[in-house]
Design a protein around this ligand. Structure first.
Ligand SMILES: [Zn+2]
Length: 167
């Protein structure tokens, strides 16, 4: 596959909203496996013996070839930005993440810019939605190499993966 940055040197800009907090997973027990991995700073996926695809968070059935996905594999903490959006400066009362106003709760400073992003971690064939941190929004591009940022003391919850930052 050709490198997408060669084909599209300009980043396409679209106005819109992306409610990251609206994502839900249908299999809580699999998410439990995933967050137990996060507690150990590991990204756990399921591997398909039929087609070899690795999906994170893990799934029971391969969506591609419908084999049971019983194998587990830890993928790299390094990955590639495959999609991102840049928010306008965040205002109090304007949006929620997991039902919480991040400005009101003190997680985010008012006026800061968020970059929700899809990351494909090395070794995985699926993307994880997370936050791109420690970067000037002007410098972000599809294909950017990034690494996971972990909570200082992981608790076994989704927020253990704080986000990603450029390598
Ligand atoms: Zn498969």
């Amino acid at each position: 596959m050709p490198y997408i940055k060669d084909k599209r040197p300009e980043t396409m800009l679209l106005e819109g909203e992306w409610n990251v907090g609206a994502y839900k997973y249908k299999a809580p027990h699999l998410l439990e496996e995933f967050v137990q991995g996060l507690k150990e700073k590991k990204l756990i996926g399921s591997m398909c013996i039929g087609c070899g695809k690795v999906i994170i968070p893990p799934r029971n059935i391969c969506g591609r070839c419908h084999q049971r996905m019983e194998g587990r594999i830890t993928v790299s903490n390094w990955g590639t930005v495959v999609c991102f959006v840049t928010s306008p400066p965040v205002e109090k009362g304007k949006f929620q993440v997991f039902g919480i106003d991040p400005v009101e709760s003190g997680l985010i400073q008012e006026g800061s810019v968020l970059i929700p992003t899809f990351v494909r971690f090395d070794g995985a064939d699926a993307n994880i939605v997370t936050e791109l941190c420690n970067v000037d929004p002007k410098d972000v591009f599809i294909g950017m190499r990034v690494k996971a940022i972990w909570a200082e003391e992981p608790q076994g919850q989704l927020s253990d993966l704080v986000g990603v930052e450029p390598i």
